[in-house]
Ligand binder design. Structure first.
Ligand code: GLU
Length: 323
């Protein structure tokens, strides 16, 4: 049985499609973000669905600066419109706190006093996204030790994942682009943070709460977040939320094999708007370069809706070189 198709049909039949774009305002949008936003938008619009915009400004360091306003203006310019939002995560802290309380009822959440240096000790095994797998150092602290250490520094909060032999700790799902995925949390991720020691809620928790409360049915985002998905599904199950469909889109590469990043100034929206002049020329070029359109002729976002299919995204997932 083709499970991805069965899931998609099931979702479409029962719930109208709700997609979202959830940028972090830590810099100007660049070509990679534009591609992920475009695919998220095309997927929702081609299914007659709705689009939500959520600004992920949880980290106080990203709350200042012009980036959130520039994001809105760049999306407007591109013609990637939305039906709901923008929501700002900084306005939703109470909801994350409520979810953390619920999580404490459903699973073991424990205070962690480890410093960055301790976590990044040379001997620590690393997960596929480069973060160290937590050794469990603080899992067994007694209440007296916790009280003693809390006097010196505030702790972060960590969720204990099931042991490797517990089937609830093995997360399997089908990604629309990358196919079947499976992760044993204890082995590939370890106990993970749900709140930092400065009180900021972890992205993993906030994103799960927001996607569920906003009724998101499909999560379309960059491939760099594929490795977060198992943690997010685990949190959804603990909190009793429905699981959205997942589609991770390839990251764009420069011709020399580097991943495009915020450092490529000429590929951020400021440079791109200057270089291309109109949204149609930029989107047509991007769509033609990534297989979303048969050529690089100028096209508006709406004109690309009729051409969209997940098969084309899948077909080009390994060779998205932009130059
Ligand atoms: N805020 C994240 C980012 O900009 C994306 C989160 C998501 O789409 O789940 O990388």
């Amino acid at each position: 049985m083709d499970t991805s198709r069965a899931t998609a049909t099931h979702t479409a039949a029962e719930r109208p499609v709700v997609g979202r774009f959830a940028p972090t305002p830590s810099g100007r949008m660049h070509l990679g973000n534009i591609f992920a936003a475009l695919v998220a938008w095309l997927s929702a619009r081609s299914a007659g669905g709705r689009v939500i915009l959520r600004i992920e400004d949880l980290d106080p360091r990203t709350q200042s600066g012009p980036w959130a306003d520039l994001l809105l203006s760049d999306l407007h310019w591109l013609g990637l419109d939305w039906d709901e939002g923008p929501y700002y995560q900084r306005d939703r802290i109470d909801r994350y706190q409520a979810a953390l309380n619920a999580l404490k009822e459903a699973a073991t959440v424990y205070p962690c006093f480890c410093t960055r240096a301790e976590l990044h000790a040379a001997s620590a095994p690393h997960a596929s996204d480069g973060t160290p797998i937590y050794a469990g150092t603080c899992r067994g602290l007694s209440p007296a030790e916790v009280a003693e250490r809390s006097r010196r520094r505030p702790p972060a909060q960590r969720l204990a994942v099931p042991t490797a032999d517990d089937p609830t700790g093995t997360i399997a799902f089908v990604d629309r682009v990358y196919g079947p995925q499976r992760e044993v949390l204890a082995r590939e991720c370890g106990d993970f943070l749900v709140q930092r020691s400065d009180g900021v809620f972890a992205y993993q928790l906030a994103v799960v709460v927001d996607d569920a409360e906003m009724g998101v049915t499909e999560v379309v985002r960059g491939h760099d977040l594929l490795s977060s998905t198992a943690r997010q599904i685990h949190l959804q199950r603990l909190l009793g939320y429905r699981q959205p469909a997942y589609a991770h889109v390839p990251l764009l590469m420069a011709p020399d094999g580097r991943r495009l990043s915020k450092r490529d100034r000429d590929l951020d929206m400021e440079g791109l708007r200057e270089q291309f002049g109109t949204p149609e020329r930029l989107l047509g070029w991007l769509a033609g370069s990534t297989g979303l359109a048969p050529d690089r002729a100028p096209r508006s976002a709406s004109e690309l809706v009729g051409l969209f299919s997940w098969d084309t995204v899948r077909a080009h997932r390994d060779d998205l070189v932009i130059g």
